[in-house]
Design a protein. Sequence first.
Length: 269
Amino acid sequence: MYQTYYAMSCNPFSKEMDTHHPYESRDFKELIYRFTYLTEIKGIGVFTGSPGLGKTFALRSFSEKLNPDLYKIIYISAVKNMTSFDFFKEIGDAFRIDTGSCYKTDLYHTIQKEIRLLVEQEKRMPILIIDDAHNLSREIFLNLKVLYEFDMDSKDYITLFLVGKPELKTELSKNVYDYLKQRVLVNYTLEGLTREEVKEYIETRLQLANAHHELFSEDALNALYSCSKSSLRKLNTLLVNCLLLGYQNQKQRIDSEIVMIAKGEMDFE
C-alpha cells in the first residue's frame, strides 16, 4: 500500500528496523553510556521516564552487545501485586534453582551462593535488569539487599538496573529506602525526543527505506513533534498513520493537516 506509493523498500517505522538500526538520540546515548559505566563498576542505577521514550529498547540494545561469556543478563518485567517470593523465584529460575522446594530464606541464601559461584568460579558478572520497577512493592525494594550484601558488605557481585516510570523515583525518595539510595550510583531521567531529533529520526528512517525525497513538510514536522510529546513510540505510530492517510488521499507530501487528522483518529489525548 503506502510503501509502494511512496517508493519505500520497507516500513521505516517498524520495531524490526529499530532493532537493527537504532536511532541514537541524546537519551539513547546517555543511557548506553550509563549502562556501560554501571557494568564496569558494579553498581545500582535508577532510570526513569514516561512510557514510550525508549527505556526498554535501550536496555535491549545494550544487552545484545554484551559478551555472554563475561556477563549473565537476568531480566525481570515487574508486575503489580508481585510478591517478594515471586520476584526472587524469577531470579532463582534464571540460576536454575529448584524454587519449588525452597522456603523464602533458603531461596535468598541459594541465590547469594549462585551469584558468588558465577562471579568467582565462572568469572561472569550478573546484571539484573528490573523493568517496570515502579510496580515493585516496598517489601521487594527492602529485600533487594539480598543481592548486594556479601562478605560483610565488602564486595560487589552484581549490577542492578531499576527502570520505570517517574513514580519509581518518587517512591525511592522516601526515607525508608535510605539504605538503598546510598548505593545508587547513577540516577538518570529521560527527556524524550527534541524537535530536531524528530526531524533527524524521520530522515534517517526514510533513507534506510530508500525513500530519499522530503516526504514531510516543515509544518508537518512541527505537528509531529507536538503531537508525539517526545515519545518515540507515539511518533512511530503517528507516522505510520500519516503515511496511510497520505496514501488514501493521494498526497505526495505529508503536511500538518494530515498529521492532525492522524492524531485525531489515534486519540492521544
